[in-house]
Design a protein around this ligand. Structure first.
Ligand code: SAM
Length: 239
């Protein structure tokens, strides 16, 4: 359970309404029962219920059971998608070990307003489900042109892996093998793809490495998971 509060052995946490209801009513936890809590900064703790009211569960932190894992340094940029596909993308990116996510507004992006809070809630739920202790950061959206202009100054030597269906030929493994253990970023386009001008601008950047995910056109949310899996298989876990 993610609880955004300082954690140390012996501390007592008072949970909010939603989490109290979840523990006391859904999981039917009672005083003396235990659960695992984390805050994304101090590792994971075994918490024991000292109060099981549906409105205000209290937990005493018995002991730390896992050290805080180092944050992932994989950056993931994605053109915002509509509603539940957006939720899906941030959940899968969390499960696949992304450290920082940033919505990138492109010419054909069909979504204007992003629900930052809803996306952050999805990220936390995914982190709870896949037991990743360092919760990925969601950065405010940025226009593709600004992302490119600011890249060297904000990302240093990090290479940007561009998933582009126009490169059906090259095998991703070959293109990625030159990256060895450099920190990487991944960029996935919108449902309508990148415009030709955007593709040209991206290709002209020395920090961009373009990969194909095969000869078929994948939906943007499919491409996200496929690209993250290819990166994990070739570059390895991204610490
Ligand atoms: N341009 C097409 C269109 O207009 O529908 C496809 C865009 S695709 C739905 C969205 C994004 O997924 C693309 O911008 C690209 O980043 C990624 N993608 C989809 N299929 C891919 C493939 N075979 N190889 C690499 N990237 C792919």
């Amino acid at each position: 359970l993610f609880v955004n509060a300082p954690m140390s052995s012996g501390a007592v946490l008072s949970l909010g309404k939603d989490q109290s209801l979840y523990l006391a009513a859904v999981l039917r936890k009672r005083v003396g029962d235990e659960t695992v809590v984390f805050n994304g900064r101090d590792g994971a703790f075994l918490g024991r219920l000292t109060r099981d009211s549906k409105k205000a569960v209290e937990l005493e932190l018995v002991e730390r059971i896992a050290e805080q894992s180092p944050a992932s340094d994989l950056w993931y940029g994605f053109a915002p998608l509509k509603n539940e596909r957006m939720d899906y993308v941030v959940q899968k990116a969390t499960e696949m070990g992304v450290g920082t996510m940033q919505p990138v507004l492109t010419e054909f992006t069909q979504v204007s307003r992003l629900k930052q809070e809803k996306l952050e809630k999805n990220i936390i739920e995914a982190a709870e489900q896949c037991e990743v202790l360092s919760v990925p950061r969601l950065e405010p959206e940025i226009a593709l042109k600004s992302l490119i202009e600011q890249w060297p100054e904000r990302h240093g030597s990090r290479r940007l892996v561009l998933a582009d269906e126009a490169r059906a030929s090259a095998s991703p493994v070959g293109a990625l093998s030159e990256l060895n253990s450099d920190p990487v970023g991944l960029l996935i386009g919108p449902e309508g793809g990148f415009s030709d001008a955007e593709r040209e601008l991206l290709r002209a950047q020395s920090f961009v490495v373009t990969i194909s995910l095969g000869p078929r056109i994948l939906r943007a949310d499919t491409a996200a998971v496929a690209a993250l899996a290819v990166l994990q298989a070739t570059i390895g876990d991204w610490r």
